[in-house]
Ligand binder design. Structure first.
Ligand SMILES: Nc1nc2c(ncn2[C@@H]2O[C@H](COP(=O)(O)OP(=O)(O)O)[C@@H](O)[C@H]2O)c(=O)[nH]1
Ligand SMILES: [Mg+2]
Length: 455
């Protein structure tokens, strides 16, 4: 995700590994290189300076541990400080009022409308029994109301709007009235943005704020905005007092700068991150996971969360056993791929596992999954358990039976072998990664989360 920053830090840390110990000189060199890398990733200048001061103090004050290399030791210091800079802990939404109002604000195109619906869907999935209303208060862009209505419809959440009304504050007020009268628990207010901050926009937001009495005023920031994002956040905060930030477009080529600086500049927590266009592509901002990703250590934290939300626990334990005892069959492959598909694309999953980013070409589309299903169902039970070898003749029969080309059949067989191989080599990889386990091993992953990844 943060390609160039991650690469630079990585090569810097490995250049330290050859050294015997952290010294004044190699720490100064490393700090200089990190400064350049962070500035290049659009991290705010003042934030970089404060950050490096702490890193340097810690690195020089650190007792040299015999068992770890200076590279590892220095990486840990940078990792810890990055986590601290981004807020240490997750800060969940405040949904504690009888009617909790969430008001979203930000520049045009930052992702406000989409994020309103994503938040509603997040609340539906993670907090039980909340009656949610969306309010369409962006009356600037002609299609904004329709956009929110369509999104609301797709997740079964009502959208309040007033046809022909020109004043956003009137819509906000009536939406608030309706939510109160009809016993809604959460009201999510979408607002208009502009290309730049202007007086008109701020006045409108102040008015809306005063009539909906929000628990949360969330600034929505496009993470690829770069250097400007923290400054803009600070201006919104000054005028309408935000309670937190939601970073969007982190799936694109964001340079990590805003993720690192916005919290420090506004002193308000980063609450969520948008990681794609789909309605489910929103997750709580976790400083540790973000630091892991910036330093190229995968994203074990979000992997476990996704897995817990979608995996059937018993099923996955059964699968794990099969994988370990190498009785993994084509039938298992099919159901494993089905589960993985539910969790999101293989590509995004594999990217989350440290060291497996390069396996991203195992990605599977809907139609590919259907093809795979057709092929496996065209195999005999003995073939599916690999008790009969899939000879050329047999593959031809499978191709005919499933209506899929012979090349595709060959490719599927290869894919199966690769996955089988991948899981077989897990124990080996595990020792390499000091305790990290493979995808289906949830307990191991959970321990990993609780413990320190560095031990
Ligand atoms: N890739 C990606 N696209 C996003 C994300 N959030 C929003 N978008 C897209 O960005 C565009 C602008 O979003 P919109 O919600 O209309 O922005 P608004 O003007 O602030 O309301 C839309 O095409 C969204 O689908 C995200 O996290 N990742
Ligand atoms: Mg909008």
């Amino acid at each position: 995700m943060f390609g160039s920053l991650t690469e630079k830090l990585h090569s810097l840390f490995s250049s330290l590994s050859g050294k015997k110990a952290l010294s004044e000189e190699n720490v100064s060199d490393a700090v200089r290189d990190i400064r350049l890398a962070l500035l290049d990733a659009d991290v705010n200048f003042a934030v970089v300076s404060g950050f490096l001061k702490k890193v340097k103090e810690k690195a020089l004050g650190e007792i040299v541990l015999k068992s770890v290399s200076p590279g590892q030791q220095f990486t840990k210091i940078v990792h810890d400080e990055l986590i601290a800079l981004m807020g240490t802990d997750e800060v969940p939404l405040d949904l504690n009022a009888k009617l909790s109002v969430l008001m979203l604000c930000g520049l045009q195109g930052s992702g406000k409308t989409t994020t309103c619906a994503k938040l509603a869907s997040y609340i539906q999935a993670n907090v039980k029994n909340k009656k949610i209303l969306l309010a369409a208060c962006d009356l600037q862009r002609p299609a904004a109301v329709e956009q929110l209505k369509t999104l609301g419809l797709s997740i079964g959440v009502s959208v309040f709007s007033i046809e022909g009304e020109k004043r956003a504050v009137v819509v906000a007020k009536k939406a608030f009235q309706k939510a109160t009268d009809e016993g809604f628990d959460v009201l999510i207010v979408d607002t208009a943005g502009r290309l730049h901050i202007d007086e008109e926009l701020m006045k409108e937001l102040e008015e809306i704020r005063s009539v909906v009495n929000p628990r949360e005023v969330l600034f929505v920031a496009n993470a690829s905005t770069g250097q400007d994002a923290p400054r803009i956040a600070a201006e919104f905060d000054k005028r309408i007092c935000i309670t937190g930030t939601i970073l969007t477009m982190l799936d694109g080529n964001a340079r990590a700068g805003s993720a690192i600086s916005i919290r420090e500049i506004t002193q308000k927590p980063l609450k969520f991150e948008g990681i794609g266009e789909k309605i489910t592509d929103l997750q709580l901002f976790n400083p540790r996971s973000m630091a892991d990703r910036i330093l190229g250590m995968g994203d074990v934290i979000n992997l476990v969360k996704k897995a817990e939300l979608h995996f059937d626990k018993e099923e996955s334990l059964k699968m794990e056993k099969k994988l370990r005892t190498a009785t993994f069959t084509y039938n298992d492959y099919l159901s494993q791929m089905g589960m993985v598909k539910k969790m999101g694309s293989m590509k995004s999953l594999l990217k989350m596992i440290p060291g497996l980013g390069s396996m991203g070409d195992l990605d599977l589309s809907d139609s590919q999954f259907k093809q795979m299903e057709a092929m496996i169902l065209s195999m005999t039970p003995r073939e599916r358990e690999e008790r009969d070898e899939l000879t050329h003749l047999r593959r031809k029969r499978v191709s005919k039976g499933s209506g899929v080309s012979l090349e595709e059949v060959n490719r599927m067989v290869k894919g199966f072998q690769r996955v089988k191989q991948l899981f077989k080599s897990m124990p080996d990889m595990k020792s390499k990664m000091k305790g990290f386990s493979g995808m289906p091993d949830l307990n191991m992953l959970k321990n990993q989360l609780k413990g320190n990844q560095w031990r």
